[in-house]
Design a protein around this ligand. Structure first.
Ligand code: NAD
Length: 492
């Protein structure tokens, strides 16, 4: 068993209370590592290190171009460690090695993209209506950023939050999920090799309700960027409001994957299956509501069921495996509970619905599950399961697809499958979501903004606009002619 420590001010630091959390490998269902259960003292140390880095250290005076060069080197170091880091992620979250390898590799591209943007952050000279006066704006880093992340894609979240924050000139304290902290703790140390000054990135692990909440309340944290469930997001948002802190929130979803009769049905069926059973459904963007036009519903559902039957469950490091275990015992229980709820509501369990035990190690598996006969008012259609459970719902026409698609508290993403470009554009306009995938599903780009509406979030990650989450605008109004004003002057 391996022990990992917090990364604070450029060095590994044991938790001040000597308290630890067991990290469980969900495929073997056994403890494989331990991580710090950090407390207030650890939080204070990490935030103090970040604050000092922003005010006193080399980071405070470094040019934006030099910051960009360091971010680029971070990408190089990350690329040199893909396999090692991907394996750590699989041990922690049980997702497929092929997927985690791909994610770690792609996260290096994020670092490079924001490396290039660091010295393109510009203020402006603003024409104003007053004589002999110049208006200017300056973009300044917002301050110490707190990043709190979910367990499913740790180093992707690390990049999504830290790369733009560092490009903006901020320093960060990252609190990864207690279920998957190891890769973030390891990667933080690698950033030192890339030349990142001490204190610019600090990683402290621990339980959300303890260290997470303590960090949220910390007076020296200026901005919180969060990825996790809507319930936790609401809690953090309320706490941040008490201190008037800025927040960016990437939360849950219950995305509709909408298939029209004129679609390429083969591609749509594959998109439906990979959109919900990829990563065992443990993705914010899971296409968990499959909306199928009634004219093709039974034929298309059968196609989806047939494809799903061939999904191979097993060891996440085996290249032949298509679906791994559920990441942790609590989540495993929750998915099984939702399967029970759906049955009790009258939905028809057409496939799966069980936790296969005998052949698959000790792992926390759930077989790919499809419910038909679902109506959009059922809990199985309205609440995020975060597991391999698909609900099939029929619709008549575009209007009904939009009505059902939007009749939900979330607004993260949607898929639309049609060959009619006019229909695609009408659907894109009327779906109340942050991202629409047209004839594809679950595809991301570091250049294209991503984020949610309604209970799915606030703000956007990816792309140029993500940097704005970490910047403040300062205005300068400069008089170029001396005017001696009396106290009774009338402001112009
Ligand atoms: P979670 O909300 O349980 O935990 C997320 C993080 O918040 C963890 O680090 C946790 O320790 C911390 N936390 C918990 N309580 C806290 C508190 N009171 N104060 C401060 N921090 C606290 O979510 P999870 O189970 O780790 O992840 C699954 C959820 O994340 C799903 O809802 C999923 O949709 C969402 N998610 C969203 C995106 C996105 O980009 N929109 C991406 C991935 C996952």
């Amino acid at each position: 068993m391996q022990t990992y420590s917090n990364w604070i001010n450029g060095t590994f630091v044991e938790p001040s209370s000597s308290a630890w959390i067991d990290s469980v490998d969900p495929y073997r269902n056994e403890v494989w590592a331990r991580i710090p259960a950090s407390n207030q003292t650890d939080a204070d140390r990490a935030v103090a290190a970040a604050k000092a880095a922003m005010t006193k250290g080399p980071w405070a005076t470094m040019t934006a171009s030099a910051r960009g060069r360091i971010l680029s080197k971070i990408a190089d170091v990350l690329e040199a460690n893909i396999e090692r880091l991907a394996i750590l992620e699989v041990r922690d979250n049980g997702k497929l090695l092929a997927e985690m390898r791909g994610q770690v590799k792609y996260s290096a591209d994020y670092w490079r993209y924001y490396a290039g943007l660091a010295d393109k952050i510009e203020g402006s000279v603003v024409p104003i209506e007053k004589a002999d006066t110049i208006g200017m704006t300056f973009k300044e880093p917002v301050g110490v950023v707190l990043a709190i992340t979910a367990w499913n894609s740790p180093l992707t979240f690390f990049a999504l939050k830290c790369a733009p924050a560092l490009a903006a000139g901020c320093a960060v304290v990252l609190k990864p999920s207690e279920f998957s902290s190891v890769s973030s703790l390891e990667f933080a140390a690698l950033t030192k090799e890339a030349g990142l000054p001490d204190g610019v990135i600090n990683v402290v692990s621990g339980y959300g309700a303890d260290i997470g909440s303590t960090l949220v309340e910390h007076p020296d944290v200026a901005q919180i960027t969060f990825t996790g469930s809507d319930q936790t997001g609401a809690h953090i948002y309320a706490a941040a409001a008490r201190h008037m802190k800025r927040v960016a929130m990437e939360l849950g979803g219950k995305s509709p994957n909408i298939v029209f009769e004129d679609a390429d049905l083969e591609a749509a069926a594959h998109g439906a299956v990979s959109g919900i059973f990829g990563a065992a459904g443990q993705m914010c963007t899971a296409g968990s509501r499959l909306l199928v036009q009634n004219s093709i519903r039974s034929e298309f559902t059968q196609k989806v069921v047939d494809l799903t039957k061939s999904i191979k469950l097993g060891d996440p490091t085996d290249p032949a495996t298509q679906m791994g275990p559920i990441s942790n015992a609590a989540q495993h229980r929750k998915v099984l509970d939702y399967i029970g709820i759906a049955k009790a509501e009258g939905a028809v369990c057409t496939l799966g619905g069980v936790a296969p035990e005998s052949t698959l190690s000790n792992g926390l598996f759930i077989s790919p599950t499809i419910f038909t006969g679902v109506t959009n008012d059922m809990r199985i259609a309205q609440e995020e399961v975060f597991g391999p459970v698909l609900s099939v719902i029929g619709f008549e026409d575009e209007a009904e697809a939009i009505q059902i698609g939007n009749d939900i508290a979330f607004g993260l993403a949607a898929g639309v499958w049609t060959k009619d470009i006019g229909r695609m554009m009408r659907m894109t306009k009327d779906l109340n979501v942050g991202t629409v995938w047209g004839n594809t599903y679950r595809s991301y780009s570091y250049t294209l903004p991503f984020g949610g509406r309604k209970r799915s979030g606030i703000g956007r990650e990816n792309g140029i606009e993500s940097i704005n989450e970490f910047l403040e605008t300062k205005s300068l109004m400069l008089s170029v002619r001396t005017v001696n004003r009396k106290p009774n002057f009338v402001p112009d």
